[in-house]
Design a protein around this ligand. Structure first.
Ligand code: C2E
Ligand code: MG
Length: 700
């Protein structure tokens, strides 16, 4: 220590206001310059008798001495830390201490030279003090801290000062280390939502930590993002700290948002979907009970949309739906909801109408009128001009405890009323209609019971070719315990709607096939085939083909004697899937008749692709052939199309000899109708019978 430089030389004094002091590795102060002595309020002589432990807090003093010794031994190069120094009068001042090792000419450690610079920024000093102490004692922690892809910050418990932040945090938030250390998160403005900060601080107070709390954070650039914060207390070098880990979950949140949108909005039109509509309707119901105001639900269905879709293709159909969504939205207020239920069905909730039902209805009618006329305007879709109309059902609700289901059902019923009155019309749900709603519900219950109790029976209506019975159409009847024998028109539509048609249809097929097999065993009746009506919903069942084949197998019926009657409207959608199923069954010998031909939407191209055996001239056409020249022309066209395509043609609903004769003259010789026989229970079915009871002239 002999070559210690004098620290009080005038030139050094003049050069610096920084305190300089020589120290031993044990912390003894050897000599200092005046600024250092002044800073602590001692004389330079007094300083010489002091130790570092006496001019700092006990813990800091110990830390300093430990680092001096490391420096002396060469296990670190320099010490730099900020800490409070205790003045002679007991007050303290914050200062940054930088210590370096000086060596003699031989390279041996000679003494430690400390620079002490007072700092006014207490917090920065405070922070640096801890930040610098951490690496010394927690090397393993430091490695993980630095390398971690998760943002980590450490803050003092007392005042929230950040004392360290890892590179992941700095990079993600866009700050430099100097900007962060010594400041609080609040000062950095990283909380986009003050409540998030409070939430975490509360969790720390109450539960000593928090895990995966989702918060909105703000980067230095101002960009706000979603983060997930976990925080807990930790004692680092005897200082109570909060260690917070933050993950950027913006990408996950964006995905979540997308999924949410998919779940609540219709992808084609961007309108709320059924789920969101349900929720809005529920809220509207609650609000109406509270306020007493009426609301209205408008059920809008486009007229003939399926036909448009079929004629021009799905792409044009989609454009039409998008444009319709747009037009409807332009007819309502911001507060109202326009939703797409699916297909061409839209639902509108008009909120906060008058408390007087009649006035509310009038208000809804105005909006309904606007919607009708906006849809009635020509659409230009992909350069093609199209036209459509809509039918609207309106239900005025509120002020009492109705259910979402009830309101929707009422509007739906009213919409069907509107359709029935000739389309491009609107209709209000009248309470009297409620009775039919209830009746339908009761019938559905009965129908389920009927299926389990097998209350059905098949009737057979003969089909004749040139006077000979060649087969029969199987027509279902319900032997209702209270209502007696019910025709299919009274329950098949409900069975179709509810899906019960699938089990019902299986029963029909099973019974018809059993009959085919039974007739096959009797010589005289072995030629008889049975036509079975198949509903669209039944046909669409993924297992339909397997089902039919299993039944054929089980009953041993000859597939050539099973004629499946399908209707044209079945081809409105999923044509390829339906054609594939038909072909599969056809390969097994099953026959097909297309009924209702000429009433639906199928084009000739589509007809040509169908593996048919027969076309049926519909009852409504037959009933008009004599009176209406157009019906006559349609019948003629069907017969020639059938001939051209090599298909047999059968006319149903033939009631009079004149109708039969007219058809025979056009070249149609296969008939079904009351002229020959009504549908009969099996016991009464007689294949030899050529004349219906009451029919005087035998058919040719
Ligand atoms: P559809 O397939 O058009 O059946 C012919 C209907 O016309 C039968 O009515 C039959 O009784 C009636 N009919 C036959 N000849 C004449 C006639 O000369 N004049 C008049 N006015 N009507 C005649 P039904 O039995 O009431 O059946 C009605 C509809 O119910 C059937 O129409 C068919 O679409 C459906 N259906 C019947 N049975 C079944 C079934 O097992 N499954 C399915 N999915 N639908 C069925
Ligand atoms: Mg039929």
């Amino acid at each position: 220590m002999s070559d210690l430089a004098p620290l009080d030389t005038p030139d050094l004094h003049a050069l610096t206001t920084v305190g300089i002091v020589h120290v031993t590795p044990e912390g003894n102060l050897l000599r200092c310059n005046t600024p250092f002595a002044q800073m602590l309020g001692y004389s330079r002589d007094e300083i010489r008798n002091l130790t570092f432990q006496q001019i700092t807090h006990e813990r800091d003093g110990t830390l300093c001495v430990e680092s001096f010794q490391r420096l002396w031994k060469g296990s670190s190069d320099a010490v730099s830390m900020a800490l409070p120094f205790i003045r002679k009068d007991g007050s303290f001042t914050w200062a940054r201490l930088t210590v370096s090792l000086l060596r003699d000419r031989e390279g041996w450690p000679s003494h430690l030279l400390a620079h002490v610079e007072e700092t006014n920024d207490r917090k920065a000093a405070n922070a640096h003090a801890l930040a610098d102490t951490l690496p010394v004692s927690e090397e393993r922690y430091r490695g993980a801290f630095k390398m971690s892809p998760t943002s980590v910050i450490i803050a003092r418990v007392g005042d929230g000062t950040i004392i360290d932040a890892n590179p992941a945090f700095l990079e993600s938030m866009g700050f430099d280390s100097d900007e962060v250390i010594g400041r609080t998160s609040l000062e950095l403005g990283i909380w986009a939502n003050e409540n998030d900060r409070l939430k975490i601080s509360k969790a720390l107070q109450e539960n000593a930590g928090c895990k995966d709390v989702e918060v909105r954070l703000r980067r230095k650039s101002g960009e706000v993002f979603w983060g997930q914060v976990s925080a807990s207390f930790a004692e680092i070098e005897d200082v109570a700290c909060i260690v917070s880990f933050t993950r950027d979950i913006s990408a996950a949140k964006a995905n979540e948002e997308k999924i949410k949108n998919l779940a609540f909005y219709d992808t084609l039109t961007g309108l709320p979907n059924r789920r969101l509509l349900w929720e809005r309707l529920r809220q509207a119901l609650i609000a109406s009970i509270r306020s007493g105001s009426k609301h209205a639900l408008l059920f809008v269905d486009l007229d003939g949309f399926k036909s448009l879709n079929d004629t021009f293709g799905h792409h044009i159909g989609d454009l039409m739906l998008q444009e319709t969504a747009h037009r409807i939205a332009s007819c309502v207020r911001e507060v109202d909801t326009v939703a797409r239920l699916g297909g061409d069905e839209f639902v509108i909730i008009l909120e906060d109408l008058s408390k007087v039902p009649e006035i509310a209805a009038a208000q809804a009618k105005i909006v309904g009128g606007k919607i009708l006329s906006t849809i009635d305007q020509p659409f230009t879709l992909n350069g093609r001009e199209c036209h459509t109309t809509a039918s609207i059902g309106i239900s005025v609700f509120g002020g009492q405890s109705e259910s979402t289901n009830e309101v929707l059902e009422q509007a739906d019923i009213a919409m069907y009323q509107a359709k029935a009155t000739g389309r491009n019309a609107m209709s209000f749900f009248a309470p009297t209609l409620q009775a039919s709603v209830d009746a339908r519900a009761a019938m559905e219950k009965d129908l389920r019971l009927a299926i389990s109790e097998n209350q059905f029976s098949l009737f057979y209506q003969p089909q004749l070719d040139r006077g000979l019975t060649v087969g029969a159409e199987a027509l279902i009847r319900w032997k209702h315990p209270q209502r007696g024998l019910m025709p299919p028109g009274d329950f098949v539509p409900l069975a179709e709607e509810t899906g019960l048609i699938v089990s019902l249809g299986t029963w029909v097929l099973e019974t018809a096939c059993t009959q085919i097999a039974a007739w096959a065993n009797r010589k005289e009746e072995a030629h008889l085939s049975v036509a079975v009506n198949i509903s669209a919903r039944e046909f669409r069942q993924p297992k339909f083909v397997e089902n039919v084949l299993t039944i054929l197998n089980r009953t041993g019926a000859n597939p050539n004697h099973l004629m499946l009657e399908i209707s044209e409207n079945m081809f409105a959608d999923h044509i390829d899937e339906i054609l594939a199923k038909m072909k599969k069954l056809k390969e097994h010998g099953v026959m097909f008749t297309l009924e209702d031909f000429g009433t639906g939407y199928s084009s000739m191209t589509c007809l040509k692709r169908m593996p048919l055996d027969q076309i049926k001239i519909e009852r409504s056409i037959v009933s008009q052939i004599l009176a209406d020249p157009i019906s006559g022309a349609v019948a003629r066209a069907i017969i020639s199309i059938g001939k051209a395509m090599g298909l047999s043609v059968i006319a149903e609903g033939v009631e009079t000899e004149e109708q039969r004769e007219f058809l025979a003259n056009l070249g149609c010789h296969t008939f079904q109708g009351y002229l020959f026989s009504h549908p009969l229970p099996l016991a009464e079915f007689n294949w030899r019978q050529r004349v219906a009871p009451g029919c005087t002239r035998p058919p040719v």
